[in-house]
Design a protein around this ligand. Structure first.
Ligand SMILES: [Zn+2]
Length: 394
């Protein structure tokens, strides 16, 4: 209780909360719901303590093996706890990454492989990127659409179901455009320009033409915006078994993560939630708001523009019906020197790099994901990782 009392105190000091602590706290709700919702410092502790309520929370049941490499013992605590929960499913293929020296060696090997490696991908259609538009800077669109096209190719049906469910005109337009491209009746650049026109019509200040940059964050938020609610939130007591009624929540396909963190995307989900301003009506203890999906979108986007986070390769949730919902990392977007680039990952783990300004519609092989170290993901040709995109695979 001393600990909780201390937390209460800390919660009244948002500046300290924003400070140098290591836990992932999601600021999205501050933006949405005002600063009265201050994320706590040990949310993972509180989160796991609510597991006994066995509600279909936004419960991530596995994590990337990368997190196990973390040298900070306090960070490992989250992993240990997650293993201890009944909801935990062991990470598949959670083998250690190669040491940095061996990984470098392997990467060098890969680099020397002949170009025919390029033809070995999981998709039936070779990766195709977008040519950069130098008159109307398009790299934000190019990098995002490049990844989305790959995801579309791997599951057209799922794309359409998702676009219909979310009533998203952008996703529908993209889907129709991708069909034309795959039939050879249109170019990806035209599809991009059509989407661009729609966005410009919606908001000409955010999505402008000319030799100016576009915010990838704004772009992703707008493309995945939906009028359909796909999440609920629920207040739960941190002390007793009290849970309040579910409410609709604004969480959609895009997670805007703003806290300073070196942990993984999966961990960010594990700790997703925030402290309630209300006290428990039964025991007056603090309450915590947990967020969970009522519909799992086919694509999840993590916007981590302002800080470093490890992109977990696989993320699994326990759904309402106790079925495991599995997402796999499919795209990484990078920013630096006023330019966005992208990497895509095939379902088999082949890594491809695209920069429409340098190589047009061509991809460059970056080997296989198992040869990539943490640092390899964080940076790409001097640019910082700013967004990771996941596709639901089951
Ligand atoms: Zn209570």
């Amino acid at each position: 209780m001393d600990y909780i009392t201390k937390l209460r105190y800390v919660n009244k000091l948002p500046h300290h909360v924003d400070g140098n602590r290591r836990n992932t706290v999601i600021r999205q709700y501050q933006k949405w719901k005002g600063t009265s919702h201050v994320p706590d410092q040990v949310n993972e502790h509180l989160f796991w303590s609510t597991q006994k309520n066995a509600m279909p929370l936004l419960s991530v049941v596995t994590d990337s093996p990368w997190q196990l490499l973390d040298k900070d013992p306090t960070k490992l605590k989250g992993v240990t706890k997650s293993k201890a929960t009944p909801n935990f499913v062991p990470a598949q293929g959670s083998t250690s990454l190669p040491t940095s020296s061996s990984s470098k060696k392997r990467k060098a090997d890969v680099k020397e492989e002949p170009a025919n490696k390029i033809h070995k991908t999981s998709s039936t259609i070779s990766p195709t990127g977008l040519n950069w538009d130098g008159d109307n800077y398009s790299c934000a669109y190019d990098s995002l659409i490049t990844v989305l096209f790959e995801i579309w190719k791997d599951n057209l049906f799922s794309w359409n179901v998702n676009a219909n469910f979310l009533k998203s005109k952008y996703l529908e337009t993209l889907g129709k455009g991708f069909v034309m491209v795959s039939q050879g009746n249109n170019t990806l650049e035209n599809v991009r320009d059509d989407i661009r026109k729609l966005l410009h019509t919606k908001n000409k200040n955010l999505f402008c033409y000319g030799r100016v940059g576009t915010s990838l964050s704004d772009l992703a938020l707008e493309i995945f915006r939906s009028s359909v609610n796909i999440s609920h939130s629920q207040e739960q007591c941190t002390n007793c078994d009290f849970t309040a009624n579910r409410r609709e929540d604004e969480l959609g396909s895009v997670f805007v993560l703003k806290a300073t963190s070196t942990l993984s995307t999966s961990h960010a989900l594990q700790t997703f939630g925030y402290n309630s301003a209300n006290s428990c009506p039964m025991c007056l203890a603090n309450m915590r708001v947990e967020v969970f999906y009522t519909y799992f979108p086919s694509i999840l986007v993590f916007d981590h523009t302002v800080y470093f986070i490890k992109p977990s390769k696989d993320i699994k949730f326990r759904g309402d019906d106790n079925k495991v919902v599995h997402y796999r990392l499919r795209g990484l977007l990078y920013f630096g020197s006023f330019h966005f680039t992208s990497r895509i990952l095939s379902l088999d783990g082949d890594v491809w790099y695209h920069d429409g300004m340098q190589t047009g519609d061509k991809f460059v092989s970056h080997g296989h994901r198992k040869f990539m170290s943490d640092d390899d993901w964080q940076k790409c040709k001097g640019r910082k990782l700013v967004m990771s995109i996941y596709m639901k695979i089951s």
